[in-house]
Design a protein around this ligand. Structure first.
Ligand SMILES: [Fe+2]
Length: 296
């Protein structure tokens, strides 16, 4: 056996993945990767593609909850699933897995969000350290409806009219924590009567992505947002202007689900939303969420 050189002892080079952008706005499909069987080098390549494209799609996956959790943990520590509208969190012994579903068993919803539309949002924008991203895996999907949309917040900032960009440079938004993306009042929250008085975290409107160093618009969700220090009317008008720009079609991509699809999104530079769907159809998704690593 010959002695290893120093070069041979270095980690393997990052492999080249089969990466196909899914739109001009955001997202890429990765082909030829089985998420139950990846090594560190393949994960490094996936991670690099994720940072570059903001959202990754992998089709024809077959993941147990243990597989989903093990893969997701490669991105960092995971949040425990929050309790759904019925007070239940986690599934099959995995506290990190959130079930998103409209299915009812014995009259009780097995998951969160039902069949309703979910408005554009960044996950948990209302806490001090919002999550880094999420992995979402489809187990059952309707024939149509329930598409998930993504919005590129780097692009939204880069193409913001210069006068608005200058105006928001040092402004911060208070992100209401009272209601979820399905419009349900969270447990223990009081109905909102004045957005200036809402509970919730305050974040800069322009944030710097901690891994890419790129600046992105960070607007969380429209409902009950408030720009700190502005008159109420001024805050509402500026938020409306920013939102109508940020959710322009050319910054977005909408994914039509098939069973076995996995989407991985970067919550620091992408917003997402979901179409409603026929409640007589079944939709079951399992999701993990990567903990935020830094305030911003
Ligand atoms: Fe979400």
């Amino acid at each position: 056996m010959t002695e290893q050189t120093i070069d041979e002892q270095q980690p393997a080079a990052i492999p080249t993945l089969d990466v196909t952008p899914v739109s001009d706005a955001i997202g890429a499909e990765i082909r030829g990767v089985d998420l139950t069987d990846i090594n560190d080098a393949t994960f490094a390549a996936l991670h690099a593609a994720w940072l570059k494209y903001g959202v990754l799609l992998l089709r024809k996956q077959s993941l147990s909850d243990a597989d989903l959790v093990a893969f997701s943990r490669r991105f960092g520590d995971l949040d425990d699933a929050p309790p759904n509208e019925n007070g239940k969190g986690g599934v099959n012994g995995f506290s990190e897995v959130l079930v998103l579903s409209n299915v009812k068993e014995n009259g009780k919803a097995i998951g969160a969000l039902g069949n309703a539309e979910a408005i554009w949002h960044s996950d948990m924008n209302y806490i001090a350290e919002p999550p880094t991203g999420s992995v979402l895996y489809s187990l059952e999907v309707p024939d149509s409806g329930g598409d998930t949309g993504f919005c590129n917040m780097y692009r939204a900032l880069e193409e913001l009219p210069a006068d608005i960009r200058k105006r928001i440079a040092n402004l911060k938004i208070k992100h209401d924590s009272s209601t979820n993306s399905g419009g349900f009042l969270r447990e223990g929250a009081k109905p909102v009567t004045d957005v200036r008085e809402c509970p919730g975290a305050v974040h800069p409107i322009v944030r710097t992505h901690p891994e890419t160093g790129r600046k992105a618009l960070y607007i969380g969700r429209r409902r009950y947002a408030y720009i700190m220090g502005l008159d109420l009317d001024e805050s509402e008008a500026l938020l409306d202007e920013i939102w109508s720009h940020a959710t322009r079609n050319d910054f977005t991509w909408h994914h039509q689900w098939r069973v076995g699809d996995v989407l991985i999104w970067d919550n620091r530079c992408a917003m997402h939303r979901r179409d409603d769907f026929d409640d007589s159809a079944r939709r079951i998704m399992h999701r993990t969420q990567i903990k935020g690593s830094a305030p911003f």
